[in-house]
Design a protein around this ligand. Structure first.
Ligand code: BG6
Length: 513
């Protein structure tokens, strides 16, 4: 162990409240997530003054490594992962409180060693016995690690300390396995100790959805079936499956993106106003709206769910290979890399308003956005003036990239004729608030440390999400796809998804190319 420095990087600027003393333990610390996201995010928190000065980090994983070797590993590429020039004194302060322990996740002896190391580290860095355990392991180890932590007495909250566990996605493989995992971990931990993470909830624009809806008088009165024609959510990626073939072959786009990220976007868009920002008040409302999403009957799946798989094509001027040619992917794989769904929320506010969602890999560009499309005004007034079409007003919430909000509306084109042109009012986050350098994990990690579970999935929310997806998984399993690959890389997905909207009064996916 290296000597503890007394230097704390930043004196917290006004309004910044550093979290209280704690130690974070990362299981699976030799993996990419630790190096690319978790450590850079903790470092960024240190820079902005949110990390407690009494802090330590312990990495736990299988490979044998010394503390120094682990620190060296994290040192590589920190600059690019943190997204900013590294402040050496702060980075060195941070490195001095990083430790590593090698062990098997299923070996009780390793947890005894962990307990001992934690006591030493806590003594040295005055972290007061508060611990945040982060499960960045393969999902098959989630239950094992929690059981072992419980058996070793490492999650008991004694004498005013707190012990919390962060669980990464994927949380289960289907409804049954999600329920089982919930049951397994809640046999060891109280629900308030469990933080099921969804990194979409750490994105600034996603967090802003509640502010947009509830801090502005103009939106809420029109946020319902009387004014909204339909809602679209697009999560498109340029990337293919990269090195994640084996994971993706088990998951597919539906499991990978829908029960978590996309349903969370729907929940924030459609939920009722909570009675306060208390975590349970917010999560109760999210749970309610997820429960209100009507699960599809098998025959509805055929009408309202479209799957696709990318073939060869051109993305960003580069020829890329088909999914079936990716590393460690079956040459006849039936796994979907694209999914589009038409969902309904069966409640008072949203009855009969379709929510069209789509997500896919190897699309023409990376974009995540939510569009709220309002009813068209009556045309008769304009028809007499020779206008035969009015576009609907569309509120676009851009989650990434170029976070912002825009409103499309019609304006008169200057000139003697009554001609209506589409114009846009545009707000870009970076214009007002500057570019935020973050990994997306900063707020989430900070929230875990201060015990704010608002942006985390509760057991009931998660199960409600899987209940929406399960009927689709069942039908798709029973009817393997026959037309894969059915969209070329670099296109917006299979024609069938366009057709699904066209059938609904000639609707189209909202898209600015
Ligand atoms: C992950 C999925 O949860 O989210 C990936 O497993 C996907 O397949 C990623 O690429 C997308 O996240 P982001 O933040 O890049 O939109």
């Amino acid at each position: 162990m290296s000597a503890t420095s007394v230097l704390h990087p930043t004196s917290a600027p006004g309004g910044v409240h550093p979290a209280g003393p704690c130690t974070e333990v990362i299981f699976g610390a030799s993996g990419d997530l630790t190096k690319r996201k978790l450590v850079p995010a903790l470092y960024n928190l240190a820079v902005s003054g949110f990390l407690p000065k009494d802090f330590a980090l312990v990495g736990f994983a299988k490979p044998a490594m010394s503390h120094e070797e682990f620190r060296d590993r994290l040192n590589q590429d920190i600059e690019s992962h943190a997204g900013r020039t590294v402040d050496r004194p702060i980075w060195n302060w941070f490195l001095e409180r990083i430790y590593y322990l090698s062990g098997e996740f299923a070996d009780p002896g390793a947890y005894a060693a962990l307990g001992k190391l934690l006591e030493e580290v806590e003594e040295r860095h005055k972290t007061q016995g508060n611990r945040l355990y982060y499960l960045a392991t393969l999902p098959s180890f989630f239950g094992t690690v929690v059981a072992q932590l419980g058996a070793a007495g490492l999650v008991e909250e004694r004498e005013g300390t707190w012990r919390r566990v962060v669980v990464e996605k994927p949380f289960g493989h289907d409804l049954d396995s999600a329920r089982k995992l919930n049951a397994d971990i809640s046999g060891v931990l109280a629900e308030r100790q469990i933080y099921r993470i969804d990194h979409y909830l750490g994105k600034e624009t996603v967090q802003n959805l509640m502010a947009l809806r509830f801090a502005n008088g103009i939106f809420e009165p029109i946020w319902n079936r009387r004014y909204v024609d339909h809602v679209q959510i697009t999560v498109a990626e340029e990337l293919g499956v990269e090195q994640r073939g084996p994971y993706y072959e088990e998951a597919g786009a539906l499991r990978d993106m829908v029960p978590n990220h996309i349903l969370q976007l729907i929940a924030l868009t459609a939920m009722e106003p909570p009675i306060s920002f208390d975590p349970e008040a917010v999560r109760d409302e999210k749970h309610k709206v997820l429960k209100a999403i009507a699960p599809m009957a098998p025959e509805e799946v055929l009408q309202r769910a479209v799957r696709g798989q990318y073939g060869e094509g051109v993305v960003s001027d580069t020829l890329v290979r088909a999914y079936r040619k990716e590393d460690r992917v079956a040459p006849d794989s039936g796994v979907e890399t694209y999914v589009a769904l038409k969902l309904f929320i069966d409640n008072w506010r949203w009855a009969k308003v379709p929510f069209y969602i789509r997500t896919g890999k190897r699309m023409p560009r990376r974009v995540t956005e939510i569009t709220i499309q309002f009813h068209r005004p009556p045309l008769h007034l304009f028809r007499r003036a020779g206008v035969d079409r009015l576009d609907p007003n569309v509120l676009v919430i851009r989650v990434q990239p170029n976070e912002g909000i825009s409103l499309n509306f019609g304006a008169k084109v200057p000139g003697p004729k009554m001609e209506i042109g589409g114009v846009t009012m545009d707000f870009n986050y970076s214009d007002y608030f500057g570019v935020q350098n973050s990994t997306g994990y900063e707020t989430l990690l900070y929230d875990c440390m201060i015990g704010d579970a608002t942006p985390f999935q509760r057991a009931d929310m998660l199960e409600a999400g899987w209940a929406v997806v399960q009927p689709i998984l069942d039908v798709w399993k029973a009817l393997p796809p026959r037309d894969f690959p059915n969209y070329a890389s670099g296109t917006w997905g299979p024609a069938e998804a366009d057709e699904m909207l066209r059938r609904d009064s000639n609707k189209r996916w909202y898209q600015k190319d």
